[in-house]
Structures are given as structure tokens and as C-alpha cells.
Design a protein around this ligand. Sequence first.
Ligand SMILES: Cc1cc2nc3c(=O)[nH]c(=O)nc-3n(C[C@H](O)[C@H](O)[C@H](O)COP(=O)(O)OP(=O)(O)OC[C@H]3O[C@@H](n4cnc5c(N)ncnc54)[C@H](O)[C@@H]3O)c2cc1C
Ligand code: FES
Length: 359
Amino acid sequence: MAKFYQLKIREVKKEIEDAVSIAFDVSDDLLDTFNYKPGQYLTLKFKINNEEVRRSYSLCSSPILNEPLRIGVKRVIKGLVSNHINDNLKEGDLVEVMPPDGRFFADIKKENYKTYYLFSAGSGITPILSILKTILPTEERSYVHMIYGNRSQDSIMFNDELEELKEQYKDRFILVKTLSRPKSNWSDLWKTSKEQPFRKGRVDTEAVEWFINEHPPYAQNAEYYICGPGTMIKNTKKALKNIDVPNNRIFIESFGGGDSKDTTEAYGNAKLTAILDGETIQTTIPKGKTILRTLIDAGKEPPYSCEGGVCSTCICKLKTGKVHMKTNLALSEKEVDQGYILSCQSIPLSETIEIEYKK
Ligand SMILES: Cc1cc2nc3c(=O)[nH]c(=O)nc-3n(C[C@H](O)[C@H](O)[C@H](O)COP(=O)(O)OP(=O)(O)OC[C@H]3O[C@@H](n4cnc5c(N)ncnc54)[C@H](O)[C@@H]3O)c2cc1C
Ligand code: FES
């Protein structure tokens, strides 16, 4: 069963106009439970307007540095939780937090000799920053080439920290910032593109191809980490495919947010058998409900976090029957072939469905 712990907020820091970072205190007895790999996320639970809501936020701190667990949260227009966090949370508040999870992380080891390409845009910087801050001090022979897209100079999260890292590791860390709507002074008009501290535009296919050409890998062993909005992920992947980067070198984290246009019809009132924490649950899936929501409405506590097909916390194995996943941004083709499904996205396509959550 997904367990939450109360963590106390140590600091709320305004990072940019529309984003804060939140640092948590973790008591000694929970240090092991909240151990994490750079790139992983926390799930936070709140009660807002009498309804329980959960959201995932990637850690932007590094597990190897002497710093508290920290997340960075950017407002989403009309977003329930991101605005609640930005408007209401303060030092000393207790927040319900699930231990770190997620499959987007780098295997960082002292002996590695790699070139890491890090692609991020907007709030997608959070897991990328954690990975970056862990690689640079740990892997003394590795290089990091990073491109980071934002709207303007004022919307760059963690800019000072990135500039400090650039200065400290100037031989091994290349950082290119792109701005889609840069604010400029008259004097900027006369600067050549080499003199500008940023590149104009988005992190798109052309920018990624240019970036890799301009900054080729030093070590043959190159890995590519991507986190940002859906179109940025799609375009970056396309550019990497164009230069034949194999899939197993590409690691992606999506924060979700796209509206699903899926109109697949579910099988009405399918019979569900679910094995959860050793208990066998039998119920009916009302039309329009996912397997996860059916179980929650039945008073059960299946694991879940984003409820958007992104994080994979709700993964389970389909043992009998057929389902349709409305969105799947988390499972690989291989996992789907092996019968794994995201219960938060699955609606039944057959009369009987049997699933099992891992213990
Ligand atoms: C693994 C993971 C890690 C994440 N890490 C971070 C992080 O480090 N920092 C961070 O700020 N967010 C992060 N997110 C996104 C976060 O979990 C929430 O989805 C986001 O804060 C919006 O929640 P909300 O309640 O404010 O919006 P909601 O009330 O859920 O949604 C309101 C509207 O905004 C749209 N929307 C929802 N999410 C997004 C989004 N991410 N981008 C654009 N539009 C969206 C919805 O489609 C809807 O139309 C992460 C998500 C996942 C799955
Ligand atoms: S809860 Fe995140 S993918 Fe289902």
C-alpha cells in the first residue's frame, strides 16, 4: 500500500515570478525511506475543497550533497495543486509525502567516463538539475552538455545555481540557454549571436541538431536525458532519431498535461478481480471509470500518484481480459507486451478483467 509520511517544510523560496521551491526536513528515522536517486520524484497529497488530490514533483536537490530534499513547483494556469503550493505553503507546515519513486534516473558512478546530454525546458529543469548536480562532483571524467529552454530571462528557474556550476566545472560542463521571447535592450541588437548569453528560440528539432553538432560527445558512451513539455520531448526525440541515437540511450520524463482526445468505448459493467496487498477484491467497473478509480471508490487503497499515465506508480499486471490505456507515457513497449498496464488509464474492453498489483 502506498504510504505517506508527514514532512515539515523547512523553507519556501520564490525562484521566479511563478514558481517556488520547497525544502523538507526529514527526521533521522526516515532518512533511509526518503533516500533517492537523482531524477526521482515525490508525491504530495493535499485535501483541497474537501477532496484528496495527489501530484508528483521531481526532486531538484542532489542525494550526494549536504542539502535538504527540495522540489520546484511552477504554476500551471488554473492548476489546482501548483497554485495551492505557490500561494499557501509556508515554513513549518506539515505535508503528506510519499517516499521517492520513479524510473527516470541516471546510474552515476565515480568510475564512469561518459558524455551526458541534458535537454530541459521550463519546470522540466527539476530532475535534470538533480542529475547534473550529482554527475559533476561524482564523475570526474564525464562531460555534461546541457540545453535549457525558457520563455525569457525572468523565467529561468535555478539560473544562479546553474551559472555557479558552469563557473565551477567550466572544463566539463557546457550550458546553452534558449529563450523563445527574450527581453532585449537596444545595445543587444548590435551583439553577434556568439556574444549573446542565450540562443533565441525553443528547444526544438533544429536547436537539438545544432547543439549536438556544435558540442559533439567527448566520450563514446553518451546518454541523453530529456524533460520538458510534450512538444519539446517529441522534437528532441526526433532530432536524436535523425542522428541514429539508439533508444536505450534515451531517457525521458514527462510531466503530463496534454488533454487526451481518446474516445475509445469501454465494455459496460465489466467484472473486475483485483489482487492488492494480498487481498482479492471482486467488483464491477462502471462504464466510464478506470480500474484505479473503481478500486478507490470501493474504499481500497491502490498505489497511484499522477493519475495522468505519466509516473507508473499505479502499474499492475493484467492476468485475464483486455483493457485499453487512454494514455501511456510511462510503460515501454516491452512492458506492455509482458502484460503490464497503468491502472489509472485502463478501461475494460472485455467482460472479465483480472489484475494483480505487485507486493
Ligand atoms: C513524474 C512527474 C514529475 C513532475 N515534476 C514536476 C516538477 O518538478 N515541477 C512542476 O512544476 N511540475 C511537475 N509535475 C507536474 C505536476 O505533477 C502537476 O501535474 C502540475 O503541477 C499541475 O497540477 P495542478 O493540480 O496545478 O493542475 P491540474 O488542476 O491537474 O490541471 C489544470 C490544467 O492544466 C493542465 N496541466 C496539468 N499538468 C500540466 C503540466 N505539467 N503542464 C502544463 N499543463 C498541465 C491540465 O491538462 C489541466 O487542463 C510532475 C509530474 C509528473 C508526472
Ligand atoms: S498514477 Fe501515474 S501513471 Fe497512473
